[in-house]
Design a protein around this ligand. Structure first.
Ligand code: AMP
Length: 276
């Protein structure tokens, strides 16, 4: 099976890390490698530009591929989005110079919009617009008098601010995705399942704690768990151990609340895979 992986840019390393974490055993590629095999699975990774991944997948050159959702939508390729991968998060936003009077997309009707996402700009902006096609340094276009607004990817927003721009609308939320051809072969679907188990596990923690039996109700009410926590008797009479999987995002609030409810010997460990 062949998977296309971004050859450079911000999606390259997290994509290769995903192959590692999925247990495929990718042979670490050198900077100039075009492809690399995996030790533990019959998978070959092809390193191609993130922009080219949708075409490779659509044309069946590879069985599946990793790239940004923004790129998939902009290309309009005939592919299936199999799985969101939880990295490379960014948003496609419309922005104007800070001093502009425009407050919303409705105010951008008929204006010149600089972007390297012409298809998405046309599709996601309501009114007619005059597209100015640029590749790179899109944020400079208003200052150069080339455009009145831009549509570009934003993650922290600092590039916008540095260039005196203000976002007025979020058009698309993007992150890295696994895509497959319309009739994705079964082994690529199986790989998607393995990736899903890794992505889900990254957002989870395994929680273990001890508690007196009489604080069990309060503790169970706090621990969300997918169904109910496991409760195990301890050798010490009147004491139980509670085990549960919790969302990583809850840890900050949950641990002090558990301590206050009577929990002790709290352990939190990473989860490698989550299935079923
Ligand atoms: P790169 O090859 O480094 O230009 O990355 C391209 C892809 O990375 C984009 O198409 C997005 O899917 C993703 N990405 C994540 N954050 C950002 C960002 N702040 N700016 C541009 N691309 C981003």
């Amino acid at each position: 099976m062949r998977i296309a992986v971004p050859s450079k840019g911000r999606l390259r390393e997290p994509s290769i890390q995903l192959l590692h974490d999925a247990g495929l055993g990718p042979e670490t590629p050198g900077d100039r490698a075009l492809a690399f095999p995996c030790r533990n699975a019959p998978v070959e990774a092809l390193l191609v530009r993130a922009d080219d991944v949708p075409e490779y997948v659509q044309d069946g050159v590879v069985d599946c591929g990793i790239t940004g959702l923004d790129i998939v939508r902009e290309r309009g390729a005939n592919v299936v989005e199999l799985l969101k991968l939880g990295f490379g998060a960014c948003t496609l936003e419309a922005a104007v110079p800070a001093e502009s009077t425009a407050q919303s997309l409705a105010d951008l009707s008929g204006v010149r919009v600089a972007t390297s996402f012409p298809r998405l700009a046309r599709e996601l902006m309501p009114g007619p617009i005059e597209l100015v096609d640029v590749h790179g340094s899109v944020e400079l276009a208003p200052r150069l008098g080339l455009a009145d607004a831009i549509v570009d990817l934003v993650s922290s927003g600092s590039t916008l601010r540095t260039n005196g721009l203000r976002s007025i609308a979020l058009l698309l939320e993007s992150e890295a995705v696994l895509i497959g051809a319309p009739n994705t072969p079964p082994d690529a679907l199986q790989l998607a399942g393995v990736f899903r188990s890794v992505v889900d596990a990254r957002g989870a923690r395994y929680l273990m704690l001890n508690a007196p039996e009489d604080s069990l109700d309060a503790i169970c009410a706090l621990v969300p768990g997918s169904r109910a926590p496991s409760v195990l008797p301890l050798a010490e009479p009147g004491m139980v151990a509670v085990h549960s999987v919790i969302p990583a995002t809850d840890v900050w609030h949950l641990l002090p609340a558990l301590e206050a409810a009577g929990a002790s010997s709290i352990l939190l460990v990473p989860v490698e895979r989550m299935l079923g």
